[in-house]
Design a protein. Sequence first.
Length: 364
Amino acid sequence: MKFNEKLKDIKTYEAGKPIELVVREFGIEPKDIVKLASNENPYGCSPKVQKAVSDIVVNMALYPDDSMLKLKNALQNRFEIKEENLIIGSGSDQVIEFLMHAKANSNSKILINSVTFAMYEIYAKHVGAEIIRTQAQEHDLDEFYELYKAQKPDIIFLCTPNNPTGDAINAADMFDFISKIDNDTLVVVDGAYMEYAAFKESAKKVQPKDLIEKFENVIYLGTFSKAYGLGGMRVGYGISSSKIIKELYKLRPPFNITTLSLEAASVAVEDEEFVNNCIADCFDEMKRYEEFAKSEKIDIIESYTNFVTLCLNNNHKSSKIADNLLKRGMIVRDLSGYGMNALRVTVGTKEQNSRFFELMKELI
Ligand SMILES: *Cc1c(COP(=O)(O)O)cnc(C)c1O
């Protein structure tokens, strides 16, 4: 059977290995498996969300509320924006898919950072667009601007803080950069980890409201999968000018968020205290990674997220270390596929992190 030619060039996205797979492959008990591979919140979600999800009486026969009124209201209040500036996706991944189809085709160019979130490239390939990458490992906005002038991309992705390196762009620098970009280029600001960066350093905090007040050609992306501890619920959002949102709506399938997910996300938005406590704990635990890296002479990139990137020296191959960790029930992310000899490790609970240090000391 012949398939769409574009698929030839696409590698299937490799998600962090699920616990279930490690149980099956290595016969390890689920309780002995630690997953620090997908940057989920190790403390889970707010107890208020747990309660709301258990209490809600879902009529499973009926489609969800496609107006998403409750969740939209919660997000409108949180970000001080209007409904016309908001679209909800099944994860922010789905919003990336919408915007790619809305803006790009096989004549388009997409400008991204040298190492960044893999889904930008995958969705670009869906529409046959060309990917242009910077050279610098961390976002260098001067380099972005040079490439922008030379290549005139249709879409620019800024991932701040960046996955998988953890670095973040100063908000003021980003605003300067965007003000030099022509209105016909869509600038995507992916803030999947923005809650962490904003907590750590106010200069990194990007307010979607400020972005869309200033620029008509920008979309800000957020997600409930990371700081909010709702990775299993698949809810993300895009905030942009009404003109852009209107176009994205044409691509949204109806009922793209389940009734349970809508309830969970709506309640999660209201419990900011829970999220802030988790973030504070995360950065406390991150200090232990910095100490570990120092004592083991491993380079660590300063992180504005809930994960750390450990750059190994030439004596150790990250793919091998990741495999050996996996056999011991520790799931982390090997970054060799990104051209880095590095491991990306989600900062877990105290016990999970201790286990990681213990196993790493055995292996290196
Ligand atoms: C996790 C992540 C997302 C999307 O997550 P969803 O679960 O699809 O909402 C988007 N961008 C980056 C950089 C991420 O790390």
